[in-house]
Design a protein around this ligand. Structure first.
Ligand code: PMV
Length: 309
């Protein structure tokens, strides 16, 4: 029996603009994890995936290739050149909230690939794993930028430009983020598709928003590398205003963002595709308690604090 894990993630800045070629930053969130366990089976049923947290149990051979769980198993077996379908049971559990912009799909896929490579005593690089997981992100997200699979597979802060570069970078001084869940699903595919339609109708309106979001990612990376995380606060605030202008925020997200700032956060913004899902707030040990309380009073259904390091 082999077991492997993969973390969740949040986007620190640059979401949506990243789909249009601007840089974005994502960081892993190790406080939530997906876990996959591979066990040999003797029942001749091929690979069976049991994912109680996702409410799913399926035989890979019966699933079509539009099923992300079946696809990642097939891709991983192909990458390891396992020719005949083995008899295996893969049990998947996850504490990564689903459809909240925390990379649940990428975490589950990554954990499955890692568990299978361990089972077969094989090694795939983080780059290889990320590329395989990207194939399942296509199913979840339609036109994914690739940032989720990258940050989850590498488990490090990532500065990412679609189809151009993906750089792991150093954090000069660790800092804290509060991640608060609106309790509402964030429909990535719909939010990205809706913005795309509006962008196509009026590119001149959105290009400057994407440009500024991209510059924020550049400035944020520099501040993080220099260990000047407090400088991130105003950048997060400004990025939130840009996301509002892109039409991807929501009253619930805006309420949590305001509450976090009033509770003492140095800056706050929605994180991920928007319309629901999570927001993030830059906090310190001193403001942690007040911000947590303010977020819960403003309706957050869950608050996770993570250290970015
Ligand atoms: O899956 P989410 O909610 O973190 O959203 C992904 C971020 C987007 O920039 C909106 C889309 C993408 O593929 O990068």
């Amino acid at each position: 029996m082999t077991t492997a894990c993969a973390p969740g993630k949040v986007i620190l800045c640059g979401e949506h603009a990243v789909v249009y070629g601007r840089p974005a930053i994502a960081v892993p969130v190790t406080e939530v994890q997906a876990q996959a366990t591979v066990e040999p089976a003797r029942d001749g049923r091929g690979v069976v995936i049991d994912a109680p947290d996702l409410n799913r149990r399926l035989a890979v051979r019966d699933a079509d290739d539009g099923d992300p769980l079946a696809r990642i198993v097939r891709l991983a077996l192909q990458a390891m050149e396992v020719k005949d379908e083995p008899d295996l049971t893969i049990t998947v559990t996850s504490t990564v909230p689903i459809a909240r912009g925390m990379g649940s799909g990428a975490a589950v896929s990554t954990a499955i690939v890692r568990a299978l490579t361990t089972h077969y005593d094989r090694w795939l690089s983080s780059r290889d794993i990320s590329d395989l997981v990207y194939q399942t992100e296509l199913i979840y997200h339609g036109t994914p930028s690739g940032i989720d699979n990258t940050v989850v597979a590498f488990e490090k802060p990532v500065y990412y430009i679609k189809d151009v570069s993906c750089e792991i970078f150093w954090v000069g001084r660790p800092f804290l983020l509060a991640i608060a869940d609106t309790g509402i699903e964030s429909p990535t595919r719909e939010a990205v598709g809706d913005l795309r339609r509006r962008y196509r109708a009026d590119p001149g309106r959105y290009e400057p928003l994407f440009d500024r979001a991209g510059r924020i990612a550049v400035e944020a990376r520099a501040a993080i590398e220099r260990g000047e995380a407090e400088k991130l606060g105003p950048l997060l605030d400004e990025n939130h205003a840009l996301l509002q202008a892109m039409g991807v925020s929501s009253p619930e997200l805006d309420r949590l963002v305001v509450a976090a700032r009033e509770g003492g956060a140095l800056g706050a913004k929605l994180s991920g595709a928007g319309w629901g899902g999570n927001m993030i707030a830059l906090i310190t040990e001193d403001t942690r308690g007040c911000v947590d309380l303010a977020l819960r009073l403003a309706g957050a259904v869950q608050v996770i604090v993570t250290e970015v390091k």
